[in-house]
Design a protein around this ligand. Structure first.
Ligand code: HEC
Ligand code: HEC
Length: 396
């Protein structure tokens, strides 16, 4: 793998990671440096008629030795790999050759486990196609459950008492009928400060910091203009990176100059740019259902399952008490399964009558692709020059 080219993209992808895009520059990160954490592996039978991000190269055109995963959008390779890694509870090295510190040969077929994994991927795709109507009913996790090789026998010695002891205690407050979707959404808007207060804000300038695996904690500035423009500016030791959604398309400007974004990035930026999205959650989705109750960071939450117009399922967790959004989980549809990506919203503070989450943490399975943004200062309704959101001209 061309390391020089990869470290070039590494920096430019920081902000994409912030928007949930996978860093194609993964090998610059130490794969073993992952944060321990609980993986929320709830892969139900979801609507999987998902669309590939437009304008993206398939993995076989970007990587050297792809035999099975042909057609997978290249932005999904590391999410897919991490999913396999987490399902078996192994490290990348279990299947891939490491020739020295930081010196990976991912294309090599020297490890027999990589060959086994190829057969397993084919098997999973076959069984889902032939038996489960093309859904992601079976994934690596279905059998492996964090072990390799998987258990072949039920644990006959496990007593009922043991199982009961493991079940989470049910909070008495959580018993009772579930609210309607409308009630949860109304309470959310109220908790944020109400529609009127939210709509009074037209622009926002935010000073923050971002911590992400490719970089030391770096200053981040966010400029927002209603209804649909956003600009992120991050100052790294290697220079500045700007990334924006200008109302119609996304662009990035870094050491390699300004350019339009393709793949999944523009849609993710557009989501961040949608200034009043909290007021119109019901409009964003084709369907929403209150699916149950859950716990998020020690808090009781209502879980709403929502289906986007692109037929992607999202999970939204609202605090039972405060009504605020605690977590949003989206899913990346890959060939071998749906990979969840969670964004947690925390430390809500009121600025001019509107509550804003000052802490945002995003990660995939077990801390993979984790990024944390902490707001330090939020200034509403300060003038923001429209030209800021326009892609700068390339330097000659
Ligand atoms: C369970 C085995 C397994 C684990 C664990 C695993 N991989 Fe892979 N990896 C594979 C297989 C199999 C392929 C080839 C897929 C194909 O042929 O379609 C592959 C291919 C790759 C490639 C493309 C290499 C090329 O040039 O063709 C990269 C990059 C990669 N893996 C990175 C990773 C990283 C990073 C991790 C850890 C997060 C990881 N893998 C964990 C099995 C694994
Ligand atoms: C239907 C159940 C099932 C599914 C689904 C499944 N596996 Fe397996 N896997 C097994 C079994 C059983 C073995 C042990 C086979 C053996 O011992 O010969 C195994 C073995 C392996 C091995 C070799 C382990 C070793 O010790 O040699 C790897 C690697 C592996 N699986 C990866 C995966 C990956 C990656 C996926 C998802 C793409 C997956 N498996 C999905 C059942 C499954």
């Amino acid at each position: 793998m061309n390391k020089k080219r990869l470290s070039g993209v590494a920096i430019s992808l920081v902000l994409l990671a912030l928007c949930g895009l996978l860093a194609v520059a993964y090998p610059t990160r130490k794969p073993e440096a992952r944060v321990a954490g609980s993986a929320r592996e709830r892969f139900g039978l979801m609507d999987t008629r998902l669309q590939d991000p437009p304008g993206e190269k398939p993995v076989e055109q970007v990587f050297k030795n792809i035999q099975i995963l042909k057609g997978l959008p290249s932005s999904q390779i590391y999410a897919t790999m991490n999913f396999m890694r987490a399902s078996l509870d192994v490290e990348c090295e279990y299947c891939h050759l490491k020739r020295g510190p930081g010196n990976w040969d991912f294309a090599s077929d020297d490890k027999p486990t990589k060959g086994a994994a190829r057969r397993m991927i084919s098997m999973v795709m076959d069984v889902n196609r032939t038996t489960f109507g093309g859904t992601n009913a079976v994934t690596c996790f279905t059998c492996h459950r964090g072990q390799s090789p998987p258990a072949t026998m039920a644990n006959v010695m496990k007593s009922k008492a043991q199982n009961d002891a493991k079940a989470p205690a049910i909070d008495p407050k959580l018993v009772g009928p579930l609210p309607e979707v409308e009630q949860v959404l109304e309470k959310y808007v109220e908790a944020l400060g109400g529609k009127a207060a939210t709509e009074r804000v037209k622009t926002r300038v935010i000073k923050a910091s971002i911590t992400e695996h490719l970089l030391p904690t770096s200053p981040l500035e966010i400029f927002q203009q209603s209804p649909d423009k956003i600009l992120f500016v991050i100052t790294t030791p290697k220079g500045m990176i700007a990334e924006s959604y200008d109302g119609t398309s996304g662009w990035i400007a870094d050491g390699k100059g300004p350019r339009r974004l393709d793949g999944p990035a523009p849609a993710l930026l557009k989501f961040e740019a949608d200034f009043y999205r909290d007021l119109k959650l019901a409009e964003r989705y084709l369907r929403m259902t209150v699916a149950g109750r859950d716990r998020v960071r020690e808090r009781d939450a209502y879980l709403i399952e929502a289906v986007t117009p692109e037929h992607k399922t999202e999970k939204l967790y609202f605090d039972v008490q405060s009504g605020l959004l605690l977590r949003r989980v989206t899913f990346i549809q890959t060939m071998i399964g749906l990979i969840p990506e969670a964004t947690d919203y925390d430390d809500y503070r009121e600025i001019d009558g509107v509550k804003i989450a000052f802490a945002r943490h995003r990660e995939q399975l077990q801390g993979f692709e984790a990024s944390t943004i902490i707001f330090a200062e939020v200034r509403p309704n300060v003038p923001v020059d429209k030209a800021r959101f326009e892609m700068p001209a390339a330097k000659p």
